[in-house]
Each structure stands twice: as C-alpha cells, then as structure tokens.
Design a protein around this ligand. Sequence first.
Ligand SMILES: Nc1nc2c(ncn2[C@@H]2O[C@H](COP(=O)(O)OP(=O)(O)O)[C@@H](O)[C@H]2O)c(=O)[nH]1
Ligand SMILES: [Mg+2]
Length: 337
Amino acid sequence: MAVDPDTVRRIISEFSFDRCRYGSQGFRQILIQFFGFSGHGKSSFINSCKYVWEDGEYKNCTESADSRGGHTMERRSYPLTHNITLVDNRGFGIIGGYESGEIFAQLANLLPLNEPVRWTQKYELINKINLARSSVKMSDFVVPVLVYSVKKSVTAEEEGELKAVLQISETLTGIFPIVVLTHKTSGELTQRIATFKNMGADKIFAIENYTPEDHYKRRPKHEAVLHFLHEVVRDVQFQLSNPRNPEREMRRRRRYVIMYVKEREKMIRKQDSQRRRVLERRMEAMETNDPPVGADHERQRRLEEDIRRMRAMMANLDVEEESAYAQPGNRLKRLAS
Ligand SMILES: Nc1nc2c(ncn2[C@@H]2O[C@H](COP(=O)(O)OP(=O)(O)O)[C@@H](O)[C@H]2O)c(=O)[nH]1
Ligand SMILES: [Mg+2]
C-alpha cells in the first residue's frame, strides 16, 4: 500500500464530516452498507474489519455462518469508529423478484437498523418504508459495498443481474458500490476482477477473511482491510467536496425506491403474462409439430429494458426535484393539480 498503515489508521480515526470542504452539511455518520448473496462473506468481512481496527482478540461478533449454520436474518449495525458504522444487511438468494426492492430499500437506508428483515411481496415494502420514516436517519452517509466470493462462479445471467443491481445502487446512493472479493485464494481471482471491472466497478478489493477457524494475524490481511476503510473515507471526502442536501437526498431515495416497487410489480405482472403466452405458444407448436419458440436472451433483454426504464424514471425524478427547488411555487402547483 502506498501509505503506511499507521498513517492510514490516523486518517480513518480522524475522519470528520466537519472538516470536509463544505463542512458536515448535516451528515454525522458513514454507514458502510454491505450487501450481496448469502454465504459470500459479508458477516465475516465485518468481523475482519472489527478485528483489524480494534487490534484485539478475534470475535465472531456478527455471528457469521459457522459449522452450526446460522445466517444473518437481521439488518444489524456494528459501530467501528465514532463516526463509521458497518451494516450487515440480510443476504439475498436471488436477484430479481421481490428481494431486489428490499435490497434497494436497505441500501438507501430507508428501513430501520437492528431489526429482523422479512422479505415482503407486492406493495408491502412501501408500507414498511413509510412506517420507518421516523426511525431512519438522514444524517447517515451511505457507502454501498458488494461482497462476492471468488469461490462462486458468476453465470452470464447472474452477471447481468448483478450489473443492474450495481448500477441502480449507484443511481440511488451516488456511489458505484465498492466490490470486496472474499476467499481470494480459493478461486479465479483475476477472472473475477475482470468480471466486476466489466460491470463498471473500479474499486475492487480482494481479501481472505479472518474466520473463527483461522484468525492468525497476517500483515497482508490487516493491510487489505485498512486499505479498504481508507478508500471508503476518501470516497466520502470526495463526495462531500460538493454541496449536498441530506434531507432532499433521503426524500429522493425514498421516492425512487417506492417508484421502483410499483414499477417492479407492474413488470412482474407483465412477465407472468408473457410467460403464460410463451407456454401457450409452445403447447400450440407441440401440437402442430413446429419447432418450439426460443426464449434465448429473453431474460437478458428484459433486464436491460428494466435498467433503461429505471434510469429514465430516475432522471425524470431528478428533473422534477430540480425544478421544485428552483421555483418552490411550481411544486405547490403540481401538488395541487
Ligand atoms: N476461507 C475463507 N472462508 C470465508 C471467507 N469469507 C467467509 N468465509 C466463510 O464462509 C462462510 C460464510 O460466511 P458469512 O460471513 O457467514 O457469509 P454471509 O452470509 O455473506 O454473511 C463462513 O463459514 C465463513 O467462515 C474467506 O475469505 N475465506
Ligand atoms: Mg451474514
């Protein structure tokens, strides 16, 4: 690493929103939001961060999966420094379907911390978001981090879906998620780095986590974790070198996710009816001995359409917000109409 570990520690512990170019602008805490598939090492990475930062005994404070099983069902927060908190989000099984709305709501910090996460369906998430309005803090500055194990291979389908999640996360938080690749010695690291670079990630960290079975202190592991935390702090400093508005950003994220949930429901319904139609056509083809109708690339095409629509939706929302701020009277008129 270019900067020595002691200097990095000092930079991280001395990080203060007040000392950013425009002052704190209302932010008080960095929330490093870890997300990703279950079993890829999110909880273990949080343990590694705590172990390296506190430099004491290794503790499995996040209850990462051990030989007895155990998966994170809660969205729990772990304070690291006086103004950096790590959030272990509930891991998801698949992307797409209803879990993606929940992922975005978690990343956007629209749901309460330290409460069990139950996946919801249809429009239920909107209620959850509205109920949490008073408990979520707009003074939290969200940094999204995707945790992915090198041990697992990325299928073409998964790659498309992950890319969509990364891009939407960026639109939502303003930061393209940092990628942490775990199990770095147990798979095709170079290939996996290339996969994520292809998806647009430029901050990729590879690590072998400390685990309950193996937490013998090693310098490269310690330094990799410090390097990661340093990068987070630098990212936040960079983000705060522009004027920001936490209240407005929180409102924009909330509107976006709510809109996402509604659009998603429409799309799921449309996809269901499309699937039914394809099935019917296949049955007809079988009856007439015609070759079956191919559904190749259909999923990928739908996903790309999905991203395009989401982005267009977000751009519209931003234009609306801008004009509302430029001329508050307009906003009232629109609300009244
Ligand atoms: N060897 C090794 N094991 C890991 C690593 N990261 C996680 N694990 C193990 O993988 C399993 C799942 O990790 P966990 O942190 O619970 O995954 P989560 O579901 O994403 O929170 C646990 O048994 C961990 O000890 C790693 O980098 N190297
Ligand atoms: Mg976990």
